[in-house]
Design a protein around this ligand. Structure first.
Ligand SMILES: *Cc1c(COP(=O)(O)O)cnc(C)c1O
Length: 382
């Protein structure tokens, strides 16, 4: 069987559960109702493959999709129905205005230069062009300062040039529900909204969907929660989406005092049984897990010893019965025993970074609740 061969002929395999993404979307949509939930699918749906993820969300009723760049919008548009709206969060790069307008994408206008270029195009076309407007309510990243947004609202030429379809802002601290900046940003945003009374509004990323209802506005913009990162484990109950396994390349026994890996940063304090695993930092498995992180097998933690290399790392399997693991077997890296959040904590980063770095070197198995949908061999476009 061809599919069987593909998964056999791989060093590591990433399983992506589309059914879990669909369930997570429905859970978030129910949470924010009567607001509607969109979906953020930038960066190839956080590395999971937008051409598979976006149609699944579309079938669940999602009609508002957010990407970061024009090229991501082009890929996305081919994968979903024409009645969906595609927003480009970073706005428009100079020179790509006409392309963006012709394709019907909605740029999020963040700056004066973006607004000016969009208005110029509208004047040459002799009709208002749809756009979203981002307000900087306190994060100092993207968007117009409040005073400038109010001035824009009062510009009598604006309606002839820009058809505002969404007013949005982004929270700096939504992952800390008690942080006072959340309420301060909401208040600042509400003050601006009053000047655009007919325009739908959007604040909430994943973290924002777990804040009180007034943060949900008209359209939510969850990303990472769709992909199984449980931001508020007590209340959320989101389903994990990814599982990652890698193969044991070699097993060896070493004596006390023997060093392991680049720099020999680990020295065995006593005789040890080691397994070299076919995953490294070129696979998106962070080097910062050196000496800190772990692989798992049958619920036994296998600590990483020494440095993570480009294509491999070494784990201590002394805690396993001798016959429990053989060369060619797989160990668990992400799954029931170890979540994205666990790996992120060990690596000193956030789950977003772990997720988006899981690259094309892994064989990919896309499964829905009723079975396997697709295999992608290592190295193939995802
Ligand atoms: C990435 C992004 C989101 C999604 O954020 P998550 O924390 O992944 O839910 C929403 N809005 C904007 C503006 C973003 O850049």
């Amino acid at each position: 069987m061809k599919h069987q061969n593909i998964t056999e002929a791989c060093s590591s395999r990433l399983r992506i559960h589309l059914g879990a993404i669909r369930a997570n979307y429905q859970a978030i949509a129910a949470r924010v109702a009567p607001a509607r939930s969109g979906a953020v699918v930038k960066a190839n749906a956080y590395g999971l493959g937008v051409v598979r993820v976006a149609p699944a969300l579309y079938r669940e009723g999602c009609r508002h999709f957010f990407v970061a760049q024009l090229n991501e919008a082009v890929t996305l548009a081919r994968a979903i129905g024409a009645d969906a709206t595609i927003f480009i969060l970073n706005g428009i790069d100079p020179g790509s205005e006409a392309d963006c307008a012709e394709r019907g994408f909605i740029p999020v206008l963040n700056s004066h230069s973006q607004i000016t270029r969009w208005r110029e195009l509208a004047r040459t076309k002799g009709k208002p062009l749809p756009a979203a407007l981002q307000i900087d309510s306190g994060m100092s990243r993207l968007g117009l300062p409040p005073a400038d947004a109010i001035a824009l609202a009062q510009d009598p030429d604006l309606p002839r040039e820009i058809d505002l379809t969404l007013l949005m802002t982004h929270l700096a601290c939504s992952d800390e529900p008690e942080h006072p900046a959340n309420r301060a940003q909401l208040d600042a945003f509400d003050a601006i909204r009053a000047h655009f009374p007919t325009v739908p509004a959007s604040i909430a990323n994943s973290g924002g969907t777990f804040l009180p209802g007034d943060f949900h506005c008209d359209i939510a913009r969850p990303g990472v929660a769709l992909y199984g990162v449980d931001l508020a484990p007590d209340v959320a109950g989101l389903r994990p989406v990814v599982e990652l396994e890698a193969r044991v390349v070699q097993i060896r026994d070493i004596n006390a005092g023997i060093g392991v890996g680049y720099g020999l940063t680990y020295r065995a304090p006593a005789p040890r049984r080691l397994a070299t695993i076919a995953i490294g930092y070129a696979d998106g498995w962070p080097r910062s897990l050196s000496g800190v992180g772990a692989a798992w097998h049958r619920s036994v933690r296998l600590p990483i010893v020494g440095r993570v290399s480009m294509d491999s790392m070494t784990v201590d399997i002394s805690a396993l019965p001798t016959d429990a693991l053989a060369e060619g077997n797989f160990v668990e890296l992400l799954g029931p025993a170890q979540s994205l959040a666990d790996v992120a904590r060990d690596a000193g980063t956030i789950a977003y970074e772990i997720l988006t770095q899981l690259g094309p070197r892994h064989a990919r198995i896309i499964v829905d609740d009723d079975g396997v949908l697709e295999f992608t061999a290592p190295g193939e476009r995802i």
